[in-house]
Design a protein around this ligand. Structure first.
Ligand code: GLU
Length: 328
């Protein structure tokens, strides 16, 4: 049987409530051993070893914990005895962690994030079957070379495409535009495609020796937004700013002027979008060349922030950064 390591970080999948039907609960209450023991048949899919990395609701996920995960994945990959890794994680910030690990994991073995929308104590808890399917994907040689994926509710998403779309529904993750990597049903996997952008072994980024990431702020655009938030971010020492723009990464004139001021001071400004699907293109409704701005292309604000934080670990020109946003 393949060896699969589960790195547990917390989240609703490890959450518990006093009764099976109450909406209030606390994330990160159940240990990885208890989780593994609660899933019938799991140990028939793979030899499983669990490691508790943290036990937090993913609203408290941090770059510090993400760096620990990256380090552990790279150690396991270098050991060459493990077939795949599963990471249990809260769903709120799963897209940030999945995307970060897709940039800095030096491996082609499957790395599978999994969570649940209902706590372990709920009626119809979704965690156990999600965990079963996640281990089945991590143990599958066919999952190799597909980068970091997320398995929930029978769907296999790439870290590059997935996004959380519902606060409470079990079907909360979608992969708009590019679509799913595959599906899984009671441990039987069906793969459709490989991710088409750079990731893992083709990624130029590394977390080796990194202890802290540069400050990058996200600022949300809307009607009459206060442009001085952008100046304030620069004053507070941000090295990068991501605008969650309206439409195709747009913002009011005053905000655009503040972005150009920030760029002149050497702060990297990325135009992303608050819209759920579609790309943000360069020089569409504003002149990025003149203003010194970057277009986020496929990345939403939270993933843009992760990419920019990692990219700014070393000095890069605006041209290099724009290329990175197109390629990753
Ligand atoms: N806030 C929780 C978390 O992200 C709830 C979301 C979940 O795990 O489903 O950990």
């Amino acid at each position: 049987m393949p060896d699969v390591v589960i790195l547990a970080t917390g989240g609703t999948i490890a959450g518990a409530a006093a009764t099976g039907t109450q909406s209030g609960y606390t994330s990160g209450q159940v240990t990885i051993d208890a989780m593994v023991n609660s899933v019938p048949g799991l140990t028939k899919l793979a030899n499983i070893k669990g490691e508790q990395i943290s036990n937090v609701g993913s609203q408290d996920m941090s770059f510090e914990i993400m760096l620990l995960l990256a380090k552990r994945i790279n150690e396991l990959a270098a050991g060459k005895t493990v077939s795949g890794v599963v990471i249990t994680h809260g769903t709120d910030t799963m897209e940030e962690t999945a995307y970060f690990l897709n940039l800095v994991s030096k491996t082609d073995m499957p790395v599978v994030l999994v969570g649940s929308m209902r706590p372990s104590t709920a009626v119809s808890a979704d965690g156990p079957l999600n965990l079963y399917n996640a281990v089945a994907v991590a143990a599958d040689p066919n999952a190799k070379g597909r980068g970091v994926v997320l398995v929930m509710n029978d769907w296999i998403h790439s870290a590059q495409t997935l996004t959380k779309v519902s606060t409470t529904a079990v079907q909360t993750f979608m992969s708009p535009i590019r679509g799913l990597i595959g599906t899984t049903s009671y441990g039987i996997n069906d793969f459709y495609r490989y991710p088409d952008q750079k990731f893992c072994l083709t990624s130029e980024f590394s977390a080796e020796g990194v202890t802290k990431l540069p400050r990058v702020d996200i600022i949300y655009a809307d009607v009459d937004m206060p442009a001085d938030l952008i100046d304030a971010s620069v004053e507070r020492g941000a090295k990068g700013i991501v605008i969650a723009g309206v439409g195709n990464g747009n913002m009011p004139k005053a905000a655009l002027e503040a972005c150009a001021r920030a760029s002149k001071k050497g702060v990297i400004v990325v135009r992303s979008t608050r819209v759920a699907t579609g790309t943000v293109g360069r020089n569409v409704e504003c002149n990025d060349d003149e203003l010194g701005l970057i277009a986020s292309y496929n990345l939403n604000p939270q993933k843009s922030r992760v990419l920019l934080s990692v990219a700014l670990l070393k000095p890069r020109t605006l041209e290099e950064l724009q290329k990175i946003f197109i390629e990753y």
